[in-house]
Design a binder for this molecule. Structure first.
Ligand SMILES: [Zn+2]
Length: 260
């Protein structure tokens, strides 16, 4: 069954992978690299500002009488900038992923947002709870705010599914093995990329635009790193390949995958 095409609007996304041929590793395009660098610089500046607000709050804690309102304002401001930094940093890693070959660097690069958030909020939590110039109620309120800020910082900073050059290369190789090209389809709300533009999962009523680009682009733009099992199944069958890892295709019906 060849791809019958789709009636939806297809938006072609250029670029994504600059690495050549067989047995390769993943190299991002110059474009992705420079974009990643831009995001990293903005993230670093945001984190510096966040820590600046933290220092402001720490200074405030040493000078009674301590204003609850000002402390909360400073913590909230620090949190806004920490989250901006965390999200841009994670995006930069999807554009220009680290290699798993250097585990320490890989961990630090992917979890840097969580590390910075700990630096930005954990000392505050401790200093509030051990502060001698605040009453119990004030400690409770400000401590809770700082604690919540720490949790939000960690939640946005941790990368639970960190991108790596090796994963990109592997996922790209799988698509090329099945389709002889590195071209996949995805939608705005989708969680998987597809091999066929006529896959029923991306031709539902709620979709009016389908994006087409490389495996790396799907990850960069939408953080999609899962191949639709339905498409994989179909392509493997057409190529006469063994369906070694398509078990569970049934319980992950493609239409469902799109709604998650
Ligand atoms: Zn599909």
């Amino acid at each position: 069954m060849p791809d019958k095409g789709t009636k939806k609007k297809i938006t072609r996304i250029d670029g994504g992978d600059a690495s050549p041929g067989e047995g390769r590793s993943f190299t991002p395009t110059a474009d992705s690299r420079s974009q990643a660098l831009k995001f990293r610089i903005i993230a670093a500046v945001s984190w510096v500002i966040a820590i600046g607000f933290e220092i402001g709050a720490i200074v405030l804690l040493q000078r009674p009488p301590i204003s609850t309102t000002w402390l909360i304002v400073l913590i909230a401001a620090a949190l806004v900038f920490a989250v901006i930094g965390n999200l841009l940093w994670k995006k930069s890693n999807r554009l220009d992923p680290a290699s798993e070959k250097e585990p320490v660097k890989f961990f630090i690069q992917n979890q840097l947002g969580a590390i910075i958030s700990t630096i930005a909020f954990l000392p505050l939590v401790i200093l509030v709870l051990t502060n001698k110039n605040m009453d119990k109620k004030q400690k409770g309120i400000v401590g809770a705010v700082a604690g919540v800020a720490l949790l939000i910082g960690l939640g946005t900073g941790i990368d639970f599914n960190p991108p790596s050059q090796e994963k990109y290369a592997q996922e790209t190789a799988r698509v090329e093995q099945l389709m002889d090209n590195n071209l996949v389809y995805w939608t705005k709300s989708g969680t998987r990329y597809h091999l066929y533009s006529d896959c029923s999962a991306i031709n539902t009523r709620k979709t009016d635009e389908i994006f087409q680009g490389t495996v790396a682009k799907a990850r960069e733009l939408k953080n999609i790193n899962q191949l639709c099992r339905f498409c994989e199944n179909k392509a493997a069958k057409e190529k006469g390949l063994q369906l070694k890892d398509v078990t569970g295709a049934e319980e992950t019906a493609p239409a469902e995958a799109e709604t998650r």
